[in-house]
Design a binder for this molecule. Structure first.
Ligand code: NAD
Length: 495
């Protein structure tokens, strides 16, 4: 069967991998549906892409930032026009339901318009000098060539979070998209090209992490790496980048807790739990994977959650009425299966789900039943480790203080949610939950692009996307202009 063949984008030209190797991108809902063949790149392709980006930087950095931003505005408008087409392509390559892939494209649109505003800001600071007739200010400068490595679960939104701020700040980019979802990055790139982005300013090398990602991290001409993915790979990337003193932004996994207090609006909490745990088939870094229930409502909440989880419609995300799409690949199914076994062995109680779906309409896809575990204790692995699938654990507690302690007792710190009508508890939780994001009366998923996005502990290394992405993609220059016409020595001549 014939399928499209895609190439890398290097210096404005679409070229195959130097080795000629390719890999197939398959529809996770139907493995017989081949999205296309993509280059399986290696160090040679990365070297060429970085060289192209380095050359393009010479002129791109001199384009006034408001002009760079105009390209993003045009790109945003083009994404609006192509939203449906790109969303459908994304569901086909990644699996999540159409409403969510529309949301993914919308996030890239929001990011384009939000970050385009930076073209007329990129504020520096002007401050008095300690010396007379001397002027002092600080400016943001681009870094140069930046390397971007992205995961598959938000295949257009996450590349846009990195590309758009990097570009408006004057950097040139080499992006290595996730091997499961390169097409959405290609679609984003087509948009930038149509919007007028000059050749070489963004280059794409597709392929596998160790072959195409690692050489980008190690390349001496790459000035910074922005990575989103698992904590395991993030740790490797951070260590490799450190060897050449590259700044590296790491956005990684989560084990996000929703706390439901006795006084919560239970129906609201149930809606939030269903959406947070099973939206994107549980494959969001912010997915609700632990639900902490106060004893007074635990039985009722559990019964209702299980009943609703059983009714969720699993299937091809392109079909109307489907609520939970496939997992992205076989490996993710195996991980879900593995954690079901671990949880059972640890004594958790399987309340619903727990199996891969393999019959009838599910025969050629990576489908897994929405799964709920009860009687989970905070020490169990199912309560501490990221599954990244439609699997949620219910943990009961007595007091609010216990809930905070349990929520904080893990190695991750991305998102948290509290359902309560008690404003005092709400503010105490905002203060005490160890996480980059806290929602009150809303699920753990649903970030907006203009707020800081990221987490603490093993979720991140201190950087944030969204609000402070510009901080990562620029470096400060301090500027002193002495107009006294004489040598003035700081810390000496003004004493
Ligand atoms: P992953 O870590 O397996 O891969 C992420 C990217 O890194 C891919 O492009 C991959 O090819 C590349 N890679 C793999 N090995 C590499 C290496 N040795 N050197 C350089 N690059 C390498 O993650 P994934 O499975 O694509 O995504 C799921 C993970 O991402 C989950 O843990 C999830 O929580 C996390 N995630 C985090 C955020 C966030 O912002 N915090 C957002 C989305 C996903």
């Amino acid at each position: 069967m014939s399928h499209p063949v895609y190439h890398n984008l290097i210096g404005g030209a679409w070229v195959p991998a130097a080795s000629g190797k390719t890999f197939l991108n398959l529809n996770p809902a139907d493995s017989a549906d081949v999205i296309g063949a993509f280059p399986s790149s290696d160090a040679e392709d990365v070297n060429r892409a970085v060289a192209a980006a380095k050359k393009a930087f010479i002129t791109w950095r001199l384009v006034p930032a408001p002009k760079r931003a105009e390209i993003l505005v045009r790109a945003g408008n083009l994404l609006v026009q192509n939203k449906e087409k790109y969303a459908r392509a994304m569901t086909r390559e990644m699996g999540k339901v159409l409403a969510e892939t529309r949301g993914d494209v919308q996030e890239a649109i929001d990011e384009a318009f939000y970050v385009a505003g930076e073209g007329r800001r990129l504020f520096g600071v002007t401050t008095p000098s300690e010396l007379q007739n001397k002027f002092a200010m600080s400016m943001r400068m681009p870094l140069g060539v930046v390397g971007l490595i992205t995961p598959w679960n938000f295949p257009m939104a996450i590349p846009s979070w990195k590309l758009f701020p990097a570009l408006v700040a004057g950097n040139t980019c080499v992006i290595k998209p996730a091997e499961d979802t390169p097409l959405s990055t290609y679609n984003l790139m087509q948009t930038l090209i149509e919007a007028g982005l000059p050749p070489g300013v963004v280059n794409i090398v597709s392929g596998f992490g160790p072959h195409a990602g690692a050489p980008l991290v190690e390349h001496r001409d790459v000035r910074a790496i922005s990575f989103t993915g698992s904590s395991e790979v993030g740790s490797l990337v951070g260590q490799r980048a450190a060897a050449s003193f590259k700044p590296v932004s790491l956005e990684m996994g989560g084990k996000n807790a929703m706390i439901v207090l006795d006084d919560a609006n239970l129906d609201l909490a149930l809606d939030g739990a269903l959406w947070g745990a099973f939206g994107t088939t549980g494959q969001r870094c912010t997915a609700t994977s632990r639900i902490l229930l106060q004893k007074g409502i635990a039985a009722e909440f559990t019964e209702k959650l299980v009943a609703r989880a059983r009714k969720l419609k699993v299937g091809n995300g392109l079909d109307a009425g489907i609520e939970v799409g496939p997992q992205v690949n076989r490996q993710q199914i195996e991980t879900s299966q593995k954690y079901v076994e671990i949880a059972l062995a640890e004594g958790a109680k399987l309340l619903t789900g727990g199996r891969a779906l393999t019959e009838g309409p599910y025969a050629h896809g990576n489908f897994f039943e929405p799964t709920v575990f009860g009687s989970v204790s905070p020490a169990m692995r199912i309560a501490r480790e990221e599954v990244f699938g439609p699997v949620v654990s219910l943990i009961e507690f007595d007091t609010f203080e216990q809930a905070i302690e349990i929520a904080n007792s893990i190695d991750y710190g991305l998102s948290t949610a509290l359902y309560t009508k008690n404003v005092n508890r709400a503010f105490a939780a905002i203060r005490d939950l160890e996480a980059g994001i806290t929602y009150i009366n809303a699920p753990t998923i649903g970030a907006e692009v203009h707020l800081p996005f990221g987490g603490v502990k093993q979720t991140g290394n201190g950087h944030r996307e969204g609000l402070s992405a510009i901080d990562f993609f620029t470096t400060w220059k301090a500027v002193y202009v002495d107009y006294s016409d004489k040598l003035q020595r700081a810390q000496i001549d003004n004493q």
